[in-house]
Design a protein around this ligand. Structure first.
Ligand SMILES: C[S@@+](CC[C@H](N)C(=O)[O-])C[C@H]1O[C@@H](n2cnc3c(N)ncnc32)[C@H](O)[C@@H]1O
Length: 325
């Protein structure tokens, strides 16, 4: 009886975590509909623009997407795209298509998410030619491996796996030709916070052990010990969504420490208020004209509660320390 209860609880918890990918995509869909940035592909994953989001939410998403893209693109340029990218907990992310359009595709772009999320993503790809065509165009043979829980092509691979189960994750990535010798960028955008500190540390450690030249970029909450953080935690808990890893989100120091304790050479972290202030000023002026922002303080508070942390190890001496803001 006790075992059955435990199974049911953890299943409900995982379901709530999986649902967060819809929240992220709906917010991105709304912000792109307002013109914050361009994403011609997100409409194929989220059909409706959906209900209005407050201007501070849209600006927060703008900073999140621009911040992550900035480090991703800098890594791709540094390696001249002779590298691979793994996006952990990618959800319905559309970065593969952006990179293809911008001629910035790495040798192979991998995504991992729960099998149920991956199944939905693959269904959308299969049924929407604007999504499937770029994958077929970058694939050399006639046969493409697609089943319910994985898609494998020459340049793009989607894997259904639980990031907390490392032996199985490692086996699946290697089965789909992950190359430990290639410089590798690992991305996690609002993902590690749903795992316990031990589980996320093990994942980050696995990455440090597997690749000699790599960068890990993690976006998630920070400064969560104050009242604002407490309200965020309670709001999510009300939806059965537990921030199991919130302990690591105390400060920029605790974010960096996770990497420094698990085999990474160096780690940096900025809160999103700092990132916001260093994003290209001309585009910033453009987006700040899109919607009137009444709640300037609220935006500032929101930005101070998210961060980007990036860590690297650079055996090939590519100059990864220069990949920064
Ligand atoms: C908030 S969403 C973010 C999605 C995407 N990274 C973005 O920013 O648009 C979190 C994602 O992480 C995935 N995720 C969380 N824990 C995971 C785990 N243990 N294994 C696989 N995926 C996980 C969820 O299914 C969900 O798609």
């Amino acid at each position: 009886m006790a075992t059955r209860q435990a199974f049911t609880d953890s299943d409900t918890a995982d379901e709530a975590v999986r649902a967060t990918c819809d929240d992220a995509s709906m917010c991105k869909r709304f912000a792109t509909s307002k013109g914050y940035w361009k994403d011609p592909y997100i409409q194929y994953f989220v059909r409706q623009v959906g209900e209005r989001k407050a201007p501070e939410i849209n600006r927060g998403y703008y900073a999140r997407v621009q911040g992550m893209n900035h480090l991703l693109d800098a890594f791709l340029r540094k390696t001249a795209c002779d590298c691979q990218v793994i996006n952990f907990g990618a959800g319905l992310d559309t970065t593969f298509w952006r990179l293809k359009d911008e001629n910035l595709l790495p040798k192979k772009y991998f995504e991992v998410d729960f099998p149920m999320v991956v199944a939905r993503k693959i269904h959308n790809i299969k049924t929407k030619p604007p999504l499937s065509k770029p994958i077929i165009e970058t694939h050399s043979s006639d046969s493409l491996l697609i089943d319910g829980h994985s898609l494998d092509s020459d340049r793009y691979c989607i894997i259904g796996a639980d990031l907390r189960e490392l032996p199985s994750l490692d086996e699946k990535l290697k089965k789909f030709q992950l190359n430990p010798e290639l410089p590798t960028l690992l991305l996690s955008e609002c993902v590690l916070v749903y795992m316990t500190p031990e589980q996320s540390s093990r994942l980050v450690h696995w990455a440090a052990e597997t690749f000699h030249t790599a960068m890990f970029v993690n976006y998630e909450q920070v400064n969560m010990t104050d009242r604002f953080g407490q309200v965020m935690i309670e709001n999510l808990q009300r939806r059965q969504c537990n921030l199991a890893g919130v302990e690591v989100c105390c400060s920029l120091e605790s974010q960096k420490e996770r990497f420094l304790k698990t085999g990474w050479e160096s780690a940096n972290a900025l809160d999103m208020a700092a990132v916001y202030s260093v994003l290209p000023q001309d585009d910033m002026a453009r987006i700040e004209r899109l919607e009137f922002l009444d709640e300037k303080e609220l935006l500032q508070q929101l930005l101070q509660h998210y961060s980007i942390c990036w860590a690297f190890k650079d055996k090939l001496k590519l100059g990864l320390s220069q990949v920064a803001f």
